[in-house]
Ligand binder design. Structure first.
Ligand SMILES: [Zn+2]
Length: 328
């Protein structure tokens, strides 16, 4: 009898814990708390990688995934250290990195971000259909233009803005003693990156940011990417060089009057990376080429893609119109 009660209680509680970890999509989220170096951890769940520093001052957190995961994220953090979260850095404005902001403020965190993150989040509040995103609690209370430094948990933590990269509000966090860098979405490991042209991102800014971060890193630096597993300085350099090559090829074809559809269909210069699975993540090869094309078009302006005959025809028409005009 007792045995039966215990079995059904176990069944009830395991069902309960499964439900507790379900998200809107109904998928169970498996959290992974990974020790990166010394007291720095990476928490993977659903959305952007969370960075964490634990120590005598409290918890220092980078990004917070989605609102419906906050309770579980707080539990995962408490398993390592029960001290409260003091500061939460938003690496940029996207919902898979800032979705838990209001909940983390409730839990006592102070949100810090680059100026443009606050501005962009304010815009999402105005447009919000989703109530959780319409709450002014999601806004950073401390913002900075270029960079700022924290002295926390016995280490110097440098936060700096990289311009017009993934968005226009990207911040990179460098734990100088632990030799760990959280890049936000300015780096994806082994995947094509997402460059959000509608929120101020640019391909050239993205490549420059990768190079800047690589300059700070040495061979032992652990890189926490926005998405994917921990990377190295070599991964940053490889990503910058890959993007440079692809961008040059897209620019070349663009100036040679290839259409967007033609360029998106090309695979010769992406093949080595496609073969490594770079296009199997959130950003497919097509999507990446489309971003490249749109970026080139933004910089170079729309190119006249008509053939020579069509252009000459128009030129003749114009000249005849002008002649007619002079006669009056
Ligand atoms: Zn993002």
């Amino acid at each position: 009898m007792h045995y039966k009660i215990i079995v059904s209680l176990i069944a009830f509680f395991s069902l309960f814990s499964v439900l507790a970890q379900k998200t809107d999509g109904g998928d169970k989220v498996q959290f992974k708390m990974i020790n990166v170096n010394k007291d720095i951890y990476m928490l993977q769940g659903k959305g952007g990688n969370i960075g964490l520093s634990f120590g005598h001052d409290g918890v220092f957190m980078i990004d917070d995934q989605f609102a419906d995961l906050s309770e579980d994220i707080l539990k995962e953090i408490a398993k390592v250290d029960k001290k409260p979260i003091q500061f939460l850095i938003n690496t940029h404005m996207h919902g898979d990195h800032t979705g838990g902001n209001a909940n983390m403020v409730e839990a006592g965190a102070i949100i810090v971000a680059q100026d443009n993150v606050r501005t962009r989040l304010q815009e999402t509040i105005i447009k919000a259909e989703d109530k959780a995103r319409g709450d002014t609690k999601i806004l950073p209370t401390i913002t900075f233009a270029q960079d700022m430094t924290f002295y926390f948990n016995g280490e110097k933590i440098m936060i700096f803005h990289v311009h017009d990269a993934h968005t226009d509000g990207d911040a990179v966090v460098y734990f100088t003693q632990s030799n760990v860098i959280h890049t936000g979405d300015v780096f994806f490991k082994d995947r094509y990156p997402y460059i959000d042209l509608n929120n101020g991102g640019t391909v050239q800014g993205y490549m420059a940011a990768l190079e800047k971060i690589a300059l700070l890193a040495d061979d032992d630096t652990k890189i926490i990417p926005g998405h994917g597993d921990i990377g190295t300085k070599k991964d940053l350099e490889a990503m910058a060089s890959m993007l440079g090559n692809i961008y040059r090829r897209v620019t070349h074809h663009y100036t040679n009057h290839k259409t967007k559809a033609e360029i998106i269909a090309m695979r010769d210069f992406t093949k080595p990376f496609d073969d490594l699975g770079f296009g199997n993540g959130f950003i497919s090869t097509e999507k990446m080429l489309e971003i490249m094309y749109d970026d080139v078009e933004k910089i170079k302006g729309k190119i006249d893609k008509r053939n020579m005959e069509e252009r000459l025809q128009e030129e003749l028409m114009k000249q005849q119109e002008n002649k007619g005009g002079k006669g009056e």
